[in-house]
Design a protein around this ligand. Sequence first.
Ligand code: NAD
Ligand code: TYD
Length: 333
Amino acid sequence: MKIFITGGAGFIGSNFVEYILGMHPSYKITVFDKMTYASNPDTIREFRKNKNFSFIKGDILDAAHVNRAVKGYDWVVNFAAETHVDRSILGPEAFIETNIKGTFNLLEASRKSGVKKFLQISTDEVYGSVAKGKSRETDTLDPTSPYSASKTSADLIALSYFKTFSLPVLITRSSNNFGPRQHPEKFIPLFITNTIEGKQLPIYGDGKNVRNWIYVGDNCSGLDTVLHKGIPGEIYNIGGDTEEPNIKVAKCILESFCAPDRLLKRVKDRLAHDRRYALDSSKLKKLGWKPENNFEQGMALTIKWYANNTNWWLELKGSAFKKYCKKNYGARP
Ligand code: NAD
Ligand code: TYD
């Protein structure tokens, strides 16, 4: 089995590569990644030690390169995306380009080269804010931010390639992931690393926004299940069993380090901040999947990883990252 993985140098993509190399030692994996600020070259360097791993530096917006690169692979998994909601509010263009046009380029290349499965990594944010109950795969899509709207477009375009061209497309919509190697711009790693650095934790609005957290390893096993047992043309939610308001997650992080609550700082709310996400994952559970880590276990693993890998995130919070942000978004991180 030969798998072409875009965005495999980022957070979930790199955890997925590690998972597949461990679970399926005969599979050959190629990561195709532009290496934006969100990627990590050390991760790729580590993977290169495995003989079944190869790497191509490339941009999914470069259609000619994508067309050449995809040839000969059985499966394509598309993680590559601009992923931070706050950045999509500051500068939506990169999100529209990468997330929509980039996905289109990959779908076209996959159609031409006849790949046997195309897994589009989508998100629970396509459902928009959910006041009551849990989102099911058949629910109406109602995205809020330029990030979630661009992901919704990509999700629907991918499905159109199944309906129109019979490309065997599968879609996963996962809830908020946390775990090792997540960029410290995102909520949980930002709060963990700020606590370690003794900095304040900027909590948006009243802190009562709820997210349905899933440990990244459980998302990876869900993706593996969908790739091996999922039906082309189908959508699968991958949600954790925990729903928590942000303030509770923040306090749990502070408690883990015996740090004082005064580090919490209420800041101006995000524009159009979705109040709650919640996923019904029963469709995937029927294929035999279930999350193995509850929130406390996942948090313990995550905190331990950030505490033991300070060099990794200090570099990402450092000057190269700030320069990249200024150039691409005209804003500080
Ligand atoms: P990330 O930001 O950590 O990584 C994104 C990766 O994509 C990086 O390695 C980056 O270099 C690469 N990339 C960006 N633009 C590219 C381009 N034009 N060409 C090639 N590579 C490019 O993201 P993540 O959190 O790992 O998310 C991965 C996927 O999962 C995304 O599609 C995201 O929408 C989706 N998702 C994420 C979450 C979450 O909680 N993190 C939840 C649901 C869905
Ligand atoms: P984030 O990690 O950006 O994921 P998403 O917005 O895609 O769900 O944020 C998770 C939650 O944490 C979200 O409700 C926004 C909130 N948040 C803060 O309160 N402060 C912060 O500094 C960040 C980055 C997020």
